[in-house]
Design a binder for this molecule. Sequence first.
Ligand code: AMP
Length: 216
Amino acid sequence: MVRVIMLSPPGAGKGTHSRWLTRQTGAAHISSGDVLRAEAERGSDLGREVAAYTERGDLVPDELIFRILAPAVVAAAHHTGGYVLDGFPRTMPQALRAAQFGADLALTSNAVIYLTAPEDELVSRLLDRAGRDGRADDTLDIIRHRLAVFTKETAPLVDYYRGRGILIELSTDRSEAEVQADLLDRLQDRGLMPPEPWVATSDHGETAGPIIADDL
Ligand code: AMP
């Protein structure tokens, strides 16, 4: 079963590629951004605390992230045995604690997918998305800040996972179909894809879907 981490700057396509990967494998899609936005929309004290960070494009503190996400990961593992972690971990302390957590629960990640694209391409994709989805943090200033936060806090994880021999690096500066085919090949080479897709495609109207806090 795939247990993968999507490690990418904003706009590189981690959400897009997490979705087909979860459909084809039956692993749970856990999008930290979706979980946090759901918590913020709930308007709880915790949600308001979260929104104060996400609205500025700053990272939510590690302690809060673990409090909110750890139950989702445990539930996912219980339901499916696999996961696609879309947006987590994003700092070295998160990565180290996730590795310990994975080892304790026999849920160690078997691949880390690092999607890249030139910065101007990332900015233009996020501005396009702003027009479509209306995400509050997809404004030019906040996008630039999120990219800087990625470089400072998240980019060091690339070398960490490369050193562990589980990094798959892919350029997404090409069509989505090409990236998908390339990623599929690389996962198959590592024996991480099931021989047949786990669930049908959208013809059957089924998707694994993101796990959000309500599923716990
Ligand atoms: P995303 O949907 O992945 O772009 O995440 C949206 C926002 O949620 C980020 O800009 C952060 O404010 C917050 N966020 C998501 N994942 C994490 C994480 N692992 N650690 C800290 N903050 C996060």
